[in-house]
Design a protein around this ligand. Structure first.
Ligand SMILES: *Cc1c(COP(=O)(O)O)cnc(C)c1O
Length: 395
């Protein structure tokens, strides 16, 4: 049996006819830039995410960049984020000459720890004393909703309000995820989404979208993705060229209708994994437990309380990460480590002077996480096979 980490082919086969019609419509219209398919997709996403304003752009990375540009992040500003994320989150900050501030994660959710965030903002943390930021240069927080689960947004929003900070949610991995019934992207001032092909809602190439709460900032964001022009050829701002491709928008409109169904399916697969792992005796709770595997926790709340983990990844913590990964690979099982090097330890940020001790939970997570195959089309036999092989490894 082979269990690839991700199988996009199965989904494509099931949508091929619908998608082909949608792509052909764009071809027939010869309207490749902005146009109807982009506008309707933006409306559909706004409705789906319950957002006031939604603007397509070229990628999730650009969505983050556009949000930071909209609030005039400039050289010397500080923007707080998690070090345990894809590079783009911090890359967007650095590209504007601003300084990323890495605050460690909670071990359970893998997301930005509000307790450590507050400690920093109160000026009580070691990190604060080392970097000595000017208070009024600390501008924004980018919480990342990793693996499909929201950060502790209630706590983060409270802190953001107290310190008057803008909140930009990196929801690239969590479209449709919820806490207390509130959708990813709807807590903060901006929500940034990615439609990279492997995301829960994936395009057939690069694509992204940004949601904006404030109407003035929404207008500005809209102009910024079109070189800051308003009207055309009259440039109010220096923006960038970052549009959502019309063909991608057409593909995404077809797929959006299936998204909830896919996310529910992923959740079912995750529950099956949990059950098989428990039955295999690989997990034991309780203090001092010697369990080989720690299962993902749903800290954003259970479904009956309005929580929704959309399992972009099913990520466990394991002992002997490297060896287990190569053992599984030999058995035909694809896995991945998201992410092997936390951002505070990346070479390109070495000048910021972080050491492992600044964000110990992120460093620990990087050495322990393993994402297993999860997608709506995965079947029970495959899940069982993966768990059996993990158990075999530890015997
Ligand atoms: C995928 C991703 C991005 C970047 O999205 P792209 O569309 O690939 O540019 C940003 N942040 C996180 C957390 C992501 O997973």
């Amino acid at each position: 049996m082979k269990v690839p980490l991700l199988d996009l082919d199965a989904q494509y086969r099931s949508l091929k006819d619908e998608v082909t019609v949608a792509i052909n419509e764009v071809l027939e219209s010869q309207n490749f830039i902005m146009g109807d398919s982009v506008r309707s997709f933006e409306q559909e996403v706004a409705e789906y995410c319950k957002a006031e304003h939604a603007f397509g752009c070229a990628s999730g990375s650009d969505a983050l960049l556009l949000a930071l540009m909209a609030i005039d992040i400039s050289p010397g500003d500080y923007v707080i984020t998690s070090p345990f994320t894809f590079f783009a989150t911090a890359g967007a900050i650095s590209r504007l000459g601003a300084i990323p501030v890495f605050i460690d994660i909670e071990p359970g959710s893998f997301n930005l720890d509000p307790v450590k965030l507050e400690e920093f903002l109160k000026g009580e943390s070691k990190l604060f004393h080392r970097i000595k930021p000017e208070r009024n240069r600390i501008k924004a927080i980018i919480p990342v909703h990793l693996y499909g689960q929201l950060s502790n947004m209630k706590a983060i929003m409270k802190i953001a309000e107290e310190y008057d900070l803008i909140v930009i949610e990196d929801a690239a991995q969590s479209i449709g995820a919820k806490t207390e019934g509130i959708q990813a992207g709807n807590f903060g001032d901006f929500g940034c989404f990615s439609f990279f092909p492997s995301k829960n809602l994936g395009a057939y190439g690069d694509a992204g979208l940004i949601t904006v709460k404030d109407p003035e900032l929404a207008k500005k964001t809209n102009f910024l993705r079109l070189h800051g022009a308003h009207p055309k050829y009259y440039h109010k701002y220096v923006g960038i060229n970052s549009r959502l491709d019309a063909i991608q928008a057409a593909v995404l409109s077809v797929k959006l209708k299936h998204l909830d169904n896919w996310s529910d399916n992923r959740r079912d697969k995750a529950m099956e994994y949990n059950q098989f792992f428990n039955e295999a005796g690989l997990v034991s709770d309780g203090p001092g437990s010697q369990s080989k595997v720690i299962l993902p926790a749903e800290l954003a709340g259970a479904p009956e309380n309005g929580g929704r983990h959309i399992y972009h990844q099913y990520t466990i913590r394991v002992k002997n990460q490297d060896a287990l990964q190569s053992y599984l690979s030999d058995q035909g099982i694809g896995t991945s480590v998201y992410y092997p090097v936390p951002l505070h330890l990346q070479e390109c940020f070495s000048e910021l002077g972080y050491t492992e001790r600044d964000c110990p939970e992120s460093s620990k997570a990087a050495n322990e996480v393993l994402s297993l195959p999860i997608y709506p089309e995965l079947d029970s036999d495959q899940i069982k096979f993966v768990v059996e092989k993990v158990a075999e490894f530890y015997q």
